[in-house]
Structures are given as C-alpha cells and as structure tokens.
Design a protein around this ligand. Structure first.
Ligand SMILES: [Fe+2]
Length: 240
C-alpha cells in the first residue's frame, strides 16, 4: 500500500511536467475557477486546437462545463470525508473502499470524472502523423502486433461501450491492456494505471458527430498526443 501511495503521488506530480513539455501549444484557454480543494486544470491549448477532428464548441463545453461540474461535485463530496482532501484524486480512487461509505459513490463518479478528464486533455494534440515512441512503441508492437492493429482494437473497445464510458490503454502490472469502463469509472479503481483514455460519452462528440460514434472514434486517432502518451508510459513503467 505504501509503495502504491508513493507511486501515485509521484505520478500526480509528474503529469504537470508532462503537460508543459508535451502540449506543444502556447495559447491557453483559461480554466474557469471552481471553488474548493480540487481545481479545474487549464485545457492547456486553445479550444479550436483540435479542429476539424474535435470542434471548439465541444471542447469548450466539455472542459468548462462537464469537467468543471465533476470537480465541483468532487469538492462537495470531499467536504463530507474529513482527511481525504489531503489525497490526490488518484489516491482517492485507488483506496476508494477505505473512504466513508456514504461518499464512496460520489468519489467514484466525480473523482473518476475529474481524474479521467484531467488525463484526457493532456493526451490530445492534432498530430495526424504522430506515433508512439521509445518503450511504448516496442510494447505496442509486442502486445498488439503493431500500431495499426492497436488502433483497430482500441476503436473496437470504444465502439463496444454500451451507453457512456471510456476505452483505455492501461498498464496492469507490466502488461499493456486495452479495456473499457462504464460511466466515469477509472482504471485506478481496479489497480490499473491509465496510459491513454478515449472518452466515448456523447458529450465528447455529439455536437459534431451526433449519433456517429464511429466517426468520432476514427477522428480521435488523429488527435492523440503520442509524445505525451509515450513519456507517460515510460514514467508509469518505472512504478508498475
Ligand atoms: Fe467527458
């Protein structure tokens, strides 16, 4: 337990550095202020940075309204769990069953929403020719038989989510796994470490793609910030 806690703290600190190093954009949309212990992180780039794959209006609503709401409700829940405000959101999710019972569901949903989206923004960048590098490239080749096959399997995972949820590339032990979770469930809940997540809630794509999730899933593959994801994988691997 102690090892995992330390690891998660290190990871939480590390993601900020990745955001600066990996975003590759300078103009930043300011994050609306959310009162409470947990804050809405800035998007890190302009709302229209992912056009035409993900439209500016979707990004603005998704970040400024949906993510902000998860943070606000997480703050409401954490106020009812004395001492838990000192933990990172990743620690909260990894140790959810130790939290006061009456707030576990709220922490799972709102904490998951905060953690999932905080990672999501950092993994996006318009880079159609981007590809995994370093250890991640090797692991994707070894595990899935190459990047094209990975993309196919990842898309299938996204299409297979019934209703709202996420497709994930996770590190489970030292193994790369493609999985999915319902609602805002985080891989941290089951002890896996999220490397890359694809939000397949309708709020992530409905304005532009309406019911065509397959088109969004395809577009998503053109806005993966593989430099960030590869660096994150290398960091997670040290802690797995
Ligand atoms: Fe979302």
């Amino acid at each position: 337990m102690i090892t995992r806690r330390i690891a998660l703290k290190t990871l939480a600190l590390g993601t900020g550095a990745f955001a600066l190093a990996g975003s590759g954009v300078s103009a930043q949309a300011p994050a609306p202020a959310v009162e409470g212990v947990f804050k809405l992180p800035p998007l890190g780039y302009d709302y229209d940075a992912l056009e035409p794959f993900i439209d500016a209006e979707t990004m603005k609503l998704h970040h400024d309204k949906h993510h902000a709401a998860y943070v606000a409700k997480l703050n409401d829940a954490i106020a009812k769990a004395p001492g838990w405000e000192k933990k990172t959101v990743e620690e909260i999710l990894a140790h959810l069953l130790d939290a006061p019972k009456e707030v576990q569901t709220a922490l799972q949903n709102q904490g998951g929403g905060h953690a999932n989206h905080s990672l999501f923004w950092q993994t996006l960048k318009k880079d159609e020719k981007g590809a995994p590098g370093g250890e991640l490239a090797k692991a994707i080749d070894a595990t899935f038989g190459g990047l094209d096959k990975f993309k196919e399997l990842f898309a299938t995972a996204g299409m297979s989510v019934f209703g709202s949820g996420w497709a994930w590339l996770t590190l489970s032990g030292k193994k790369l796994v493609i999985e999915s979770t319902p609602n805002q469930d985080s891989p941290y809940l089951s002890g896996a470490l999220p490397v890359l997540g694809m939000d397949v809630w309708e709020h992530a794509y409905y304005l532009k793609y309406q019911n065509r999730r397959a088109d969004y899933v395809k577009a998503f593959q053109s806005v993966i910030n593989w430099d960030f994801v590869s660096a994150r994988y290398a960091e997670l691997l040290k802690q797995a």
